[in-house]
Design a protein around this ligand. Structure first.
Ligand code: NAD
Ligand code: UDX
Length: 470
């Protein structure tokens, strides 16, 4: 196998950035260059005061140690491609918005453009690695493009190496991954390329955690893993509705079922609905794949995971309105948290966006606070959620605050949308003193101690618990 000395990563986003920064940290003998067309993003990665474009605990430390040593960020895509032995393609693969498969299929335009660029620029052999999450058999299309456009004598090996990091814990996940998955063609060249990449990871990942499989299995495993994780959340959220109607407590139910070692305790936390850039997109992708393969029953099965998630968000908004005496018109609702989960500034598919939109259509006044999400991002998301409403009109109904205490001032209700630890620790006595009475708390994340809040005087509604015990 080729010993990898130079790596290029195309795409300096949530995956390419942290993943290749960690490779650089752990492999000081490999030069890693992360490139992107987005100059502002690259400038932020290079910023002297480490104001990186994404917030991720531990990331700044990694970049501080490796940047300038063997880790570089650049907009010179061609140069980095030309010099590298191994190229990660880590560009975005969002759900298609128009055309065939709109609303379901992955938009592979960015993957294709990056692949074409590699073919055009490369003048020596390269190992090309799909890092982006892609539908099963995308590697075949990449190979066709590469082979049809390459310079004579240039050989490409294609690997699939999906990324399993979760935002908010990306650095820990990369330092100690449950597994690294590498898929290759089972030809001598494919297996040799696979060994080259496995060697890179073996600098810090134990051998038994590096799984090597066929290309198509690798691609499908990524979609399957996300679909099954999301399925657990939709399952527990479906049960939370039964709990609310019966008097069972979802915390106790999840605890009890999670004790079964065959089920396990993780990813059973009921919530206001899962968000993030991956789950919905990847399941819809799987649904589309199933439909294209003429497997409508399989498609319907996975589609239900997303439908249950939509239902969970709608159900939560409705519960807020119902509890506030069937109207929130003109009432101030404080929304705590805007990111799709704690410890990230990422808002893609965040449940908070849907909730705020629902509150807007009920003509409530909303004040939002999130410790990490930039204000501009919140405005952009709310504008995208209501494209027909002018931003000025949105700004009359929604304000963004700089602290939880400020957001809750004069509110009728507090809605916890993200499980930021600081929301557990706010001075709830002070919050109560400054709210209209009765003061309501809606915990969409099973975050706060409901009994403690009730003692202060709050009326507390929690996901997965019946209202009449609140
Ligand atoms: P992102 O949007 O944060 O980053 C992608 C970057 O690629 C952008 O900065 C974009 O400018 C750049 N780019 C696009 N086309 C390019 C081109 N031709 N040349 C150079 N740069 C180009 O996306 P992300 O969240 O990092 O996700 C990347 C992929 O990884 C997706 O397929 C996603 O499904 C997958 N993934 C994401 C996560 C996650 O937690 N975000 C986890 C696992 C897998
Ligand atoms: C996910 C996968 O976990 C990761 O392996 C993959 O690489 C990318 O997609 P991510 O979306 O970053 O990662 O975060 P994750 O921790 O999976 O959370 C996704 C959403 O599910 C969040 O909104 C989170 O709050 C929610 N969630 C998670 C629950 O509602 N309940 C749970 O028990 C766990």
């Amino acid at each position: 196998p080729v010993q990898v000395k130079k790596i290029c990563c195309i795409g300096a986003g949530y995956v390419g950035g942290p993943t290749c920064a960690v490779i650089a940290l752990k492999c000081p003998n490999i030069i890693v260059t992360i490139v992107d067309l987005n100059k502002a993003r690259i400038d932020a990665w290079n910023s002297p005061d480490f104001a990186l474009p994404i917030y991720e605990p531990g990331l700044v430390d990694v970049v501080k140690q490796a940047r300038g040593r063997n880790l570089f960020f650049s907009t010179d895509v061609d140069k980095a491609i030309e010099e590298a032995d191994l190229i990660f393609v880590s560009v975005n693969t969002p759900t298609k918005k128009s055309g065939v498969g709109a609303g379901f299929a992955a938009d592979l335009n960015y993957v294709e453009l990056a692949t074409r660029r590699i073919a055009t620029v490369a003048s020596s052999n390269k190992i090309v690695v799909e890092k982006s999450t892609v539908p099963c058999r995308t590697a075949e299309s990449m190979r066709t493009i590469l082979e049809a456009n390459s310079k004579p004598g240039c050989h490409f090996d294609i690997l699939s190496n999906p990324e399993f990091l979760a935002e908010g814990t990306a650095i820990d996940d990369l330092f100690a991954p449950d597994r690294v998955l590498i898929g290759s063609l089972q030809t001598p060249e494919g297996i040799s390329a696979c060994e080259s990449l496995a060697q890179v990871y073996s600098n810090w990942v134990p051998k038994e955690r590096i799984l090597t499989v066929g290309l198509w299995s690798s691609e499908l495993s990524k979609l399957a893993a996300n679909a099954m994780l999301a399925q657990r959340i939709s399952s527990v959220n479906a049960l939370s509705a039964i709990c609310e109607a019966t008097g069972a407590n979802i915390d106790e139910v999840a605890h009890a079922i999670g004790y079964d070692s065959r089920i396990g305790p993780k990813f059973l936390r009921a919530s206001v609905g899962f968000g993030g850039s991956c789950f919905q997109k990847d399941i819809l992708n799987l649904v589309y794949l199933s439909e294209s393969l003429h497997l409508p029953e399989v498609a319907a099965y996975w589609r239900q995971v997303v439908e249950m998630n939509e239902y969970q968000k709608r159900r939560f908004s409705k519960r807020v309105v119902d509890t506030l005496f069937n109207t929130i018109t003109g009432k101030r609702i404080a929304v705590l948290g805007f990111a799709f989960k704690a410890d990230t500034g990422d808002t893609r598919e965040s449940a908070a966006i849907t909730l705020i939109k629902d509150f807007q259509s009920e003509k409530a006044i909303v004040s939002v606070y999130d410790p990490q999400v930039p204000h501009d991002q919140i405005w952009q998301d709310l504008q995208e959620a209501s494209p027909l409403v002018p931003l000025d009109t949105i700004k009359k109904q929604v304000s963004i605050c700089n602290s939880a205490i400020e957001a809750c001032k004069n509110a009728e209700a507090v809605v916890i949308a993200t499980e930021w630890k600081e929301f557990k620790e706010i001075d709830w006595e002070e919050v109560y003193a400054n709210m209209n009475k009765p003061a309501f708390v809606f915990d969409g994340r099973l975050l706060v101690d409901a009994d403690k809040l009730r003692k202060i005087g709050f009326k507390v509604t929690t996901i997965g618990r019946p209202s009449n015990t609140d």
